[in-house]
Design a protein around this ligand. Structure first.
Ligand code: FES
Length: 120
């Protein structure tokens, strides 16, 4: 069986609380923007789609964290999301969550793990 993993970054490209990596996934029959960030040592990935208005979060390419480096922030209206769960904790979509994506870090690289039940 072919390896369905999708290489998205080298591990050293994702600094804790630093710039994220953008990538594209096949999601529900179309191409969708996604991103990965590192928080407290762990890589997390989400669709790059705010839960308020479905726009991309980053105010500059790959800049997802707020100035504290603790929360993800939407560039449009400032919704704050927890980087470890994607839960919005402040802003117009408070209580809703970013769509999380499965990733794995292995041998110095980060991979997206497509879910075949969702991709079709
Ligand atoms: S579009 Fe993200 S907070 Fe409004």
């Amino acid at each position: 069986m072919a390896d369905a993993r999708q290489l998205i970054a080298r591990s050293d490209e994702l600094a804790d609380g630093g710039k994220g990596v953008r990538f594209t996934v096949h999601w529900q029959g179309e191409q969708a923007a996604a991103f990965a960030v590192r928080h407290q040592g762990v890589v997390h990935a989400y669709l790059n789609r705010c839960r308020h208005v479905p726009t991309e979060l980053d105010w500059q390419d790959g800049r997802f964290f707020d100035s504290s480096g603790l929360y993800l922030i939407c560039s449009l209206h400032g919704a704050l999301y927890r980087p470890d769960s994607g839960l919005c904790i402040a802003g117009p979509c408070s209580g809703r969550s970013l769509q999380s994506l499965a990733v794995e870090e292995c041998d110095g690289h980060v991979y997206y793990l497509p879910d075949p039940t969702i991709q079709a």
